[in-house]
Write a protein that binds this ligand. Structure first.
Ligand code: SAM
Length: 499
């Protein structure tokens, strides 16, 4: 392999005994990437190791960032070219309706991380901070555009519509609407095709109000917006700030006059919010591809007929629907609060009635703080449950699950996994590290888990966790860590009963 910068950009993946690798040693940078293999449907945890013995000068770091950026962009382009043309900003690409492959996600996290790090390095700090002080306007304006149905109005109008017509159809004052659309179009969401004439763009098309993405956007911003604006008052409040209890979250601070217990109690008393939340969770699994990851990247086919799978805190069962459609040999049990399971039954009888007719799915109420799930299941699964609660409460849930497990059972915890920002050698557990000089957690290329961590602090006083924090909680609850499955955004941490 050529040892120069071009080689980094063009090197292809090879295979070694320990899995497919990507390698290049250019005198400045050696990158060894072990990428997941899909033998038996399993994804081998990704390990990215970088040795930067000679990357000492700021100039060398910038060159290395440029090389990574180029290499990752080429990888992303190659992913698109597998099935057709490269995308444009103007219109949707056929691949936009599919979940991104792990290869595309891997390329994007390097690309986004490198772009952001380059700009932050090359621009003066005041320049960066002046721009960042107004970042909150972007989600606020996107939320507005969804609610006002702007993208809906522009569907089927490739040449755009005059803002006066969009204003008439949405009922929004024309001058203000034009300014919001121009602001969003500056970030490639909508296009100003002629003066005061706006059209959809590739980025605004998914905002049509009936889409899962639009639903998810509204759901996510509904709960956190008010709380975020009061973050300083909340954190300095003597009663709320120091507390780790769910009833003392920033969100509960904003609704403290209502005298409710926690977010879930709040939703019980606000059925519209609860419905939005339940639908938003289904949308989340669709949009993020979490159902697809679970359904496709796990070796379900190797499991015996009627193998049992219990989804604890299942919500309405959006994740399991895909699993049940693809793997009819599994016997599923959904466990959640009784009133949520009523909604789940309705959804399943609409979406997959045969699963109910064939008794392939059971709905069993649970309060996971008071009792264990159904006993002796092959797989216990929890998605976005552990991150909802403080350490002490998670240990209660895990101990209850451990009490229900048989020796062969596996517990799969599906959440984001955070990475610390100091660089350390891989410890063999599947933890990832980005190639240098990127931040070890890919920085802006992997920011969603950290945003979600903030979100959980705001709404539930809970948190996303580092891998060793999840492992420690499992160990304290009598579980043994087996492995982590890296899905290039979320991860699944697998446990069994400790011997
Ligand atoms: C963030 S949602 C996750 C839903 C689902 N796992 C998913 O990923 O779509 C959290 C779920 O935990 C459920 N939950 C909250 N407290 C619970 C409790 N004490 N016992 C059982 N389920 C509970 C909620 O009803 C809600 O469906």
């Amino acid at each position: 392999m050529r040892c120069n910068r071009e080689a980094i950009a063009t090197a292809k993946f090879g295979v070694t005994d320990s899995g497919p690798t990507f390698g290049c040693h250019c005198g400045r940078l050696l990158v060894l990437m072990q990428l997941g293999d899909f033998q038996s449907g399993y994804i081998r945890p990704i390990v990215l190791t970088t040795i930067m013995s000679q990357m000492k000068t700021p100039r060398a770091k910038l060159d290395a960032l440029l090389a990574l950026l180029n290499s990752a962009a080429q990888d992303a382009i190659a992913e698109y070219e597998r099935t057709g043309d490269v995308p444009s900003k103007e219109s949707s690409h056929p691949r936009d309706s599919q979940h991104p492959t792990i290869a595309l996600k891997n390329a994007l996290r390097v690309l986004e991380g490198a772009c952001d790090q380059l700009c932050t390095t090359l621009a003066p700090p005041t320049h960066i901070l002046l721009s960042r002080r107004y970042l909150h306007y972007e989600p606020a304006c996107i939320r507005f555009a969804i609610k006002a149905k702007v993208a809906d109005v522009l569907v089927g109008q490739p040449d755009g519509l005059p803002v006066a017509e969009i204003a008439m159809k949405t009922g929004i004052e024309q001058g203000k609407l034009a300014r919001i659309l121009r602001f969003l179009a500056s970030k490639h969401c909508f296009r100003e095709v002629r003066r005061d004439v706006f059209a959809n763009s590739r980025l605004s098309l998914p905002l049509v109000s009936s889409s899962s993405l639009a639903l998810l956007f509204i759901m996510s911003t509904s709960l956190s917006f008010g709380a975020v604006s009061q973050i300083h008052a909340y954190l300095t409040d003597p009663e709320y700030g120091p507390s780790l209890a769910a009833e003392k979250s920033a969100f509960m601070y904003t609704v403290r006059d209502e005298g409710l217990k926690d977010l879930f109690d709040y939703m019980k008393h606000h059925p519209e919010e609860e419905q939005l939340f339940a639908s938003g969770m289904v949308a989340l699994s669709e949009v993020t591809g979490d159902s697809a990851s679970l359904t496709n990247d796990f070796p379900w086919d190797t499991m015996a007929p009627r193998s049992t799978f219990c989804d604890i805190g299942s919500g309405v069962g959006g994740i399991c629907l895909e699993l049940a459609k693809a793997h009819s040999h599994l016997k599923l049990t959904l466990q959640d609060q009784p009133h949520i399971l009523d909604k789940a039954r309705n959804l399943w009888s609409r979406e997959l009635p045969e699963a109910l007719d064939e008794q392939r799915v059971d709905f069993v109420p649970i309060d996971f703080f008071k009792e264990g799930p159904v006993k002796d299941q092959d797989i216990y699964y929890m998605r976005q449950i552990v991150h909802d609660w403080s350490d002490d409460l998670v240990k209660v849930i895990l101990r209850h699950i451990r009490g229900s497990m048989k020796p062969e059972s596996r517990l799969l915890i599906h959440d984001y996994i955070l990475h610390a920002l100091h660089r350390h050698e891989p410890n063999g557990s599947g933890e990832i590290a980005a190639p240098e000089p990127l931040l070890p957690n890919f920085g802006a290329g992997n920011i969603r888990p950290y945003c979600q961590d903030m979100n959980l602090m705001m709404v539930l006083n809970a948190k996303e966790r580092l891998l060793d924090e999840v492992k420690a909680l499992g160990t304290e609850a009598g579980l043994e860590f087996v492995k982590v499955w890296d899905l290039a955004e979320c991860g699944i941490v697998e446990f069994k009963v400790a011997a």
